[in-house]
Ligand binder design. Structure first.
Ligand code: SP5
Ligand code: ZN
Length: 342
């Protein structure tokens, strides 16, 4: 399987993540990519190629222009205001003050465009997010041109990024940008299956009222897990999109037997939809030793995940999302791709 990868993903090395009331070294670190690419090489998974630039238009086909302007200038404004640390949101529009105006002050703007406080915005955030989207789009080009599958080794991840919000380590929604691009290139129907431990809130938000992109997500029950405020089973889409969003919230401690049953349910819905392209939001934070998650998948289970996805018989674009057990992330991610290919 072709792999799209760039060493420039290393340029995003954030210093801080607000976690448990402390500023810790971020879970979403550059070494994640090092372990995956090393394992892909060792396993001789396939050719490794550099991403091509795709510009900003595919991003603006999904995200709000004001949000993208914010991302591109936020660090400059944050520094100009004399703040010492990385930019962390600390106030939000909430139920009793719904945010009808976009503040002028960067602290207010940060809260307006953030969905969570764990994602520090830094000098390299926007550039890194653009690179990550280019990795996804280059891999997509390959799938569209050749009809076979590819792996986009994206970093930072994307599935939490909504139309006009960043958070959950995500700035640009890579799978959404890729799905829209496939439609703009002539596809009629694209399915996005999100197997990251966390609900793909951004992807759901972006396509919620549409029936040309089927979105499905298997994830930790939002009653107990990030992002808490979206990802419930009753969220099935709206308007023309009714029935085209499917959530499978699963309890803490879910093992592979239970998880795989829900994967099969998702696959039935995908087959019924008859997409021309399948995009997998590939998080491996479902792993038993993931430091921020609570499912119980084992390394060998990921081979079977890939095998089951392959049974759909669709051109498939794998896009890297989460996974924070850094030393095992390579084994787990590559196992999915190996299981798919064999
Ligand atoms: C792409 C992706 O996987 N993003 C995940 C973002 C999760 N951020 C908040 C995590 C909070 C976890 N708190 C639980 C700590 C358990 N020790
Ligand atoms: Zn995740």
């Amino acid at each position: 399987m072709l792999i799209i990868h760039s060493d420039r993903t290393r340029q995003r090395r954030t210093q801080t993540e607000l976690s448990g009331g402390e500023l810790v070294s971020p879970f979403e670190c550059p070494e994640r990519v090092d372990y995956i690419i090393q394992r892909a090489r060792d396993a001789q998974l396939g050719d490794i190629r550099e991403p091509m630039e795709h510009g900003i238009d595919p991003v603006l086909a999904i995200h709000d222009r004001g949000y993208i302007d914010f991302l591109s200038t936020a660090w400059q404004h944050w520094k100009a205001d004399g703040h010492a640390g990385e930019a962390i949101a600390n106030i939000w529009p909430t139920r009793r003050m719904p945010g009808r105006h976009i503040p002028r002050n960067i602290e207010g703007r940060l809260g307006y465009y953030a969905l969570a406080g764990e994602t520090s915005l830094t000098a390299d955030s926007f550039e890194s997010a653009l690179l990550s989207k280019d990795i996804a789009l280059t891999a997509l080009d390959h799938v569209l041109d050749n009809g076979n599958s590819a792996f986009a080794l994206c970093r930072p991840p994307g599935h939490h990024a909504a139309v006009d919000q960043f958070g959950g380590y995500c700035f640009i929604n890579n799978v959404a940008v890729a799905a829209q691009r496939a439609l703009d290139k002539g596809h009629q129907r694209v399915a996005i299956l999100d197997v990251d431990f966390h609900h793909g809130n951004g992807t759901q938000d972006i396509f919620y009222a549409r029936n040309d992109v089927l979105t499905l997500s298997l994830h930790g029950d939002p009653m107990d897990e990030f992002p808490y405020f979206l990802g419930f089973a009753e969220e099935t889409g709206e308007g023309p999109g009714e029935g085209f969003n499917i959530n499978y919230p699963l309890p803490s401690g879910t093992d592979y037997t239970t998880w795989a049953k829900h994967l099969e349910l998702a696959k039935e819905r995908i087959s019924e939809f008859r997409p021309e392209l399948l995009i997998i939001a590939l998080g491996v934070d479902t792993f038993e030793n993931d430091p921020i998650s609570s499912f119980k998948l084992k390394s060998e289970d990921y081979l079977d995940v890939g095998h089951r996805i392959a049974a759909l018989g669709l051109p498939t674009l794998f896009v890297m999302e989460g996974g924070y057990a850094v030393e095992e992330i390579g084994i787990n991610a590559v196992n999915v791709l190996k299981g798919f290919s064999n």
